[in-house]
Design a protein. Structure first.
Length: 271
């Protein structure tokens, strides 16, 4: 229930939804027979419209993304010493579409999968651990793990190297379930692991996995910005700007929530 409830709350509380609700509420209030309410309604609708325009076109999404993406740099694999395994987080596979079409369909975070396969080929003999169950609420799909196994095998990774964690639906569950799964394995959970996830998601992910007791090294992928060069680059499509704001605001709120609930030891995990 908490998982479903959090999804429902975020559907309404995400910035783009709040702005749209401001416009709708303001428009309804503007039609009031009371002059004071009508004035407040017009102001609320105007504020909502201006915020939608600003978030959609101005580089607000970049401002929120860059600190997250620049927190961890990609390591030089050759200088890390022995790597015990690679952990890649789910979120890159469209489970409902994959089930309907009969093929593994990746979304905009698909670089998590391609980079993990590249690392697995480069670090021959290491375990490739995929963590991700099913976050579907309205439509029944497949677990990401079963689709990930198919995808990695098709990419040339031996099936016996692949370890699947298929119960998690959140980053916290990714860390807890993966740590428990590795601890039960014959090789144990000891050693260093590369943690592969989207760059904007890495601070929260690395903090959570460290808290779960795993020695992880960040390997960020799926960059959404060019870094400091995007500070003043506007979005050319309002839908893209709004989507970016929704994604990264959720990440910043997740960092705060995970610290307050004890899922991480630091509010701003670093290298």
């Amino acid at each position: 229930m908490p998982f479903v409830l959090s999804k429902a709350i975020w559907l309404v509380a995400q910035p783009s939804s709040v702005m749209i609700l401001m416009v709708i509420a303001g428009a309804l209030m503007a039609g009031s027979a009371r002059a004071r309410w009508a004035t407040r309604g017009r102001r609320l609708a105007l504020a909502g419209g201006l915020l939608l325009t600003a978030a959609g076109l101005l580089p607000v999404g970049h401002w929120l993304t860059i600190p997250l993406e620049d927190r961890f740099s990609r390591p030089d694999i050759a200088r890390l010493g022995r790597i015990h395994g690679i952990i890649v987080l789910g979120g890159a596979i469209e489970t409902t579409v994959s089930k309907a079409r009969g093929v593994v369909t990746l979304n905009e975070a698909g670089e998590r999968m391609s980079e993990a396969a590249m690392l697995a080929r480069r670090l021959a003999g290491t375990r490739l651990v995929f963590s991700g169950g099913s976050g579907a609420i309205l439509f029944e799909g497949m677990t990401e793990s079963e689709l990930a196994r198919r995808w990695f095998v098709e990419e040339g990774i031996a099936a016996e190297r692949i370890v699947l964690e298929d119960l998690s639906r959140t980053t916290r569950e990714n860390a807890e379930q993966t740590a428990a799964l590795l601890a039960r394995s014959t090789e144990g959970a000891g050693g260093r692991y590369l943690l592969v996830t989207s760059a904007y998601h890495m601070p929260r992910a690395i903090g959570t996995f460290r808290h779960a007791g795993l020695d992880v090294v960040a390997f960020p992928v799926d960059y959404r910005s060019r870094g400091i060069a995007d500070l003043w680059r506007p979005f050319d499509k309002p839908s893209e700007g709004l989507r970016r704001v929704d994604i990264v605001v959720r990440e910043w709120m997740g960092l705060l929530a995970y610290r307050l609930t004890g899922a991480t030891d630091r509010l701003w995990p670093g290298p």
